[in-house]
Every structure is written in structure tokens, then in C-alpha cells.
Design a protein around this ligand. Structure first.
Ligand SMILES: Cc1ncc(COP(=O)(O)O)c(C=O)c1O
Ligand SMILES: N[C@@H](CCOP(=O)(O)O)C(=O)O
Length: 487
């Protein structure tokens, strides 16, 4: 499989393969890598895949995108990654061997699931990021050893990518992680998960700004080609295609869990910020997975909801970005949205480059009234927004009605999924992606329910551990100096 850049210049080689872009992160023209074409899944393949374990499914799907790692090696990496020991934090009664079990909230009279949670947060750091990041850790280790290289990962987090990356990379040979987080904007649990790590290869930098400032720094450093090459800078955010590829797998797994035959459809509701998660759902649908609807949910930072309703993409400045009780979605400039717009404009890199020239200059773009936006219905998206009050009411309702405690981001998803029930064809089950566990956002859970969420034994007392973090202004040059002094 060869890859291209959404902006037209994929670098050298002109059409790189998977292992090159795994280490490369952002394309040299500032665009994002995508496969030249989306591999199509045949009906015979879907039939054969139903019933596969998560690791087996990951192998067959990733084999379509990764053609430069021998099959036996890729299989071994998938088997090592997707184990019940790694994804162990399942709800009582669910089976960790499923890796991403579905927890049904509503079933019909025949006992068939109608509305449920796709559990994606059972990994080491209790957020969906572990689904891809654990694989990335193993892929990096494999490819770096094969090539005799090292990598210095520069990432940005609004709370969950950071800890998932650090847990996946800590102690890994040849890998250092420099992770930028928004100072004072994450939950106490999220901060403790990251800042309490004392491993020599982990560096936490808290920038006095928002997530978008941190993400801008990652892009600025990646776009300094001399620095990037000289300091072997890599990426683990969903700008890295490998993250998106790994996330495609659980859409297939969720589909098989929610249906009995491949004639049926399913709808997914995805709490969204950087558009990485739902971008994987979009690609699964483009590959032929029978997805009736992709329901996109935002919090008060509603830039994506605004686009799907109006055709206007208007990234907000840091000062206009709300600090909310679903903090991991406090994002106003969604990196992966560029991948979707590439498909929307007929995969024309010149159009994407022109649109992102506007975005990079701090302006909006407006596709309303264009032929492209007229086609948006074909992509299956609907969207909605959720507020702090909605979040509290949804957490309460789900707890009272079903006895299930959900986190604040998943609550945004449930609220928007309920709101869009009429947009889903009759009889089609709806899965809300559970993107984090409630203990990560205990303060809001206590506000909603008057009780503390359950805490896994292995994360007991982490807030009391000593923390190690460097606080810095959001300045790409200062970050470069910090990295250069340590590699
Ligand atoms: C808990 C949680 N939910 C939802 C999101 C939004 O996902 P995405 O950025 O892939 O749209 C994030 C962060 O990315 C997250 O950490
Ligand atoms: N919500 C994320 C933000 C970064 O998203 P990514 O998927 O691009 O890594 C976080 O928790 O850090």
C-alpha cells in the first residue's frame, strides 16, 4: 500500500509505504498521509471476519494498509498488543477477551441490543487512545530495531493521548517522548497519570495555553524539516496515520458485535474533538462496512458540529475555546478534519491546500452552497452539541435508568445520540463509543451523582505520587531548545 499527502507532496520517496510514514508523522508539505485508495472489503471477507478475535481482526484489517511488514511479524505484533491482560479494565460482567465488549443499555423484546456502549477504554490509561497507542508502541519498537534507528516523539495532549503514549512508550528502547499538555486544563487524575511518570525517556511539558496551542507547536516543529531530520522527530497524535489505521479495527469489531448478519447496518455515535476517532469510522464506512450513520458529538467547543450543520469551518482562537468538564474535547482546530475534507472535495490536494492555507492563516472556510457540500449526505454524518448541564443530566439518567456510570465525554455522545434517534433508520442498533472511564473525571461525576466513581486497584492513589513537569510558554523555539538539550 502506497500513501499520499492531502496537500499533494508526500516527500521522498514520492509515494511512501507504511513504515516510512509511521516514523514520519506529518507529511513534509504540512498535509496528512492517507492511503492512495481505501481498500475495499468484500462480502466474502466480511463473512469470514465475523467471529474473529480482536487480534485476528486487527491483523486482517491492518494487512490491507501495511504491506511492508512481513505477515508473520505483523500477526505477532497484533497478538502481543491485543490481549485481555492489557485491556483488563472491563465492566463487571463483561469479558476482557473481547478487548472492546459492547455493553447494551437497551435491548428489544427479542433480547437484541438496540442502544449500547462500545467499550474502548479498558486499556492501561482508561481512554480509547490505548486502542491504537499500544499497537504504535510495538510497531515503533519493531521498525526502529529493524532499521537500527531511534525516534524522539513530540506530541500534544488535551488529557488522554499523553498518558496513553507515555504508558505505551515508557522504557521502550530507542524512543523518547516529549509531551505538551495545556497547563492547568486537564483533570487531576489525567495530570497525575502523566506527570507522575519518572522514566528517563519521558518528558512532560505543560504549556500556558490550550491544546490547540500545543498542537500548533507540534506542527511547527514538524514543519521545520532540518530540525525534524536532525533530531529524529516523530508523532503519536492522530496526525500519524498509524493511529487512525488502528482505530478502524474497533468499528468492524463493534459492527460484528451489534449485528447478526452482514446484511444489517449499525450507527456509531462518536464524542469528537480532533476528529481522529470518527475519521477512522468514516474510513471503515468507505471500505464498505455497513454503517448507516456516523453521529458526531461535540462539547461546547462546537467547531465540528457547526461545519456539519452549515458548511462553515471556523476554527476558534485559544481565547474563544471553552475549558469544559469534557476537557479532552476542548479542541477548536481538528487535525484529522483535513483527511475528511480531502475525501469530500474529491481527493483534490490543490483544493485542500487552498482551504488549509486559510486555516493556517487563522481564517475560516465556507463550503456551503458548493457542489462538494451538497454531497455531504452521502458520507452519513449528522452532528450535535452537548453542554455541562447536558452532561450532568445524561450521567444521572444513564446511572438511574441502567445502573451504568459513564464519563463526561461518553455522556456528550449519549446525549447527542438520543437527540438524533430519528436520523437512524428503524431497527438499526446505535453504539456510542465509550472514550474514557468515569474515574478520570471524578469531580464531575461527584457533581452529577454525589458519589465517587470506581477506581481500578492499579491506579489507586496516583494523585499522591511525586510529579515531574516543565511549565513553558507556548513557544515552538523554546520547545525545540528543550528537546535539543536532551537528545
Ligand atoms: C475521552 C476522549 N473523548 C473524545 C475525544 C475526541 O476524540 P478525537 O480527538 O479523536 O475526535 C478525546 C480526545 O481525542 C478523548 O480523549
Ligand atoms: N483528546 C486528545 C487530543 C489529541 O488527539 P489525538 O487523537 O490527535 O492524539 C487527548 O486526549 O490528548
Amino acid at each position: 500500500m502506497k500513501y499520499l499527502s492531502t496537500r499533494g507532496h508526500a516527500g521522498q520517496p514520492a509515494n511512501p509505504e507504511f513504515c516510512d510514514i509511521l516514523l514520519g508523522g506529518l507529511a513534509p508539505d504540512g498535509g496528512l498521509y492517507l492511503p492512495e485508495t481505501y481498500p475495499q472489503v468484500t462480502r466474502a471477507e466480511l463473512d469470514a471476519w465475523r467471529g474473529l478475535s480482536y487480534a485476528e481482526l486487527a491483523f486482517v484489517i491492518l494487512s490491507k494498509f501495511i504491506t511492508d511488514i512481513p505477515a508473520a511479524d505483523l500477526k505477532a505484533i497484533c497478538d502481543k498488543t491485543y490481549t485481555a491482560e492489557v485491556y483488563r479494565h472491563v465492566r463487571a460482567g463483561d469479558d476482557a477477551r473481547d478487548i472492546t465488549p459492547v455493553h447494551w443499555l437497551e435491548k428489544d423484546a427479542d433480547g437484541r441490543g438496540r442502544f449500547g456502549l462500545l467499550e474502548l477504554s479498558n486499556g492501561p490509561t482508561l481512554a480509547f487512545k490505548d486502542m491504537a497507542m499500544q499497537l504504535l508502541g510495538n510497531l515503533f519498537e519493531y521498525v526502529l530495531a529493524k532499521r537500527g534507528e531511534t525516534i524522539n516523539i513530540l506530541g500534544a495532549t488535551s488529557g488522554d493521548t499523553g498518558s496513553a503514549a507515555e504508558y505505551a512508550m515508557r522504557g521502550k528502547h530507542g524512543v523518547r517522548v516529549f509531551m505538551l499538555s495545556p497547563h492547568g486544563k486537564m483533570s487531576a487524575f489525567q495530570r497525575a497519570q502523566m506527570y507522575s511518570l519518572q522514566d528517563d525517556n519521558i518528558f512532560n511539558i505543560a504549556v500556558t495555553g490550550m491544546f490547540d496551542d500545543a498542537q500548533d507547536i507540534v506542527k511547527a516543529v514538524s514543519n521545520d524539516h532540518a530540525f525534524k531530520a536532525g533530531h529524529k522527530i516523530g508523532a503519536v497524535n492522530s496526525i500519524n496515520w498509524a493511529r487512525v489505521a488502528a482505530q478502524i479495527v474497533y468499528y468492524f469489531k463493534g459492527y460484528f458485535a451489534a449485528t447478526e448478519s452482514n446484511d444489517e447496518q449499525v450507527a456509531f455515535c462518536v464524542p469528537s474533538g480532533n476528529f481522529g476517532n470518527i475519521c477512522a469510522g468514516h474510513i471503515a464506512r468507505q471500505m464498505g462496512l455497513p454503517v448507516a450513520r456516523l453521529i458526531l458529538a461535540t462539547n461546547e467547543n462546537d467547531v465540528l458540529d457547526e461545519f456539519f450543520r452549515s458548511g462553515v469551518y471556523r476554527p476558534r482562537r485559544a481565547a474563544e475555546t471553552h475549558v469544559t468538564s469534557s476537557p479532552s474535547m476542548d479542541i477548536s482546530k481538528a487535525s484529522n478534519f483535513e483527511r475528511f475534507v480531502f475525501d469530500l472535495v474529491g481527493r483534490d490536494p490543490r483544493k485542500v491546500a487552498a482551504l488549509w492555507a486559510e486555516v493556517d492563516a487563522g481564517r475560516a472556510f465556507d463550503l456551503s452552497g458548493t457542489d462538494e457540500f451538497a454531497r455531504i449526505g452521502a458520507f452519513g454524518f449528522v452532528s450535535g452539541e452537548s453542554s455541562h448541564a447536558d452532561r450532568l443530566a445524561t450521567i444521572r439518567k444513564v446511572f438511574e435508568q441502567y445502573g451504568v456510570m459513564i464519563d463526561t465525554h461518553t455522556a456528550d455522545g449519549v446525549k447527542v445520540a438520543w437527540e438524533h434517534a430519528a436520523a437512524v433508520p428503524a431497527g438499526v442498533p446505535v453504539l456510542v463509543l465509550e472514550t474514557a472511564l468515569p474515574v478520570k473525571f471524578a469531580e464531575t461525576i461527584v457533581e452529577a451523582l454525589g458519589r465517587e466513581p470506581e477506581r481500578p486497584a492499579d491506579l489507586e492513589g496516583i494523585e499522591k505520587l511525586p510529579q515531574r513537569v516543565e511549565v513553558m510558554a507556548p513557544d515552538a523555539e523554546a520547545v525545540k531548545r528543550f528537546i535539543a538539550e536532551r537528545v
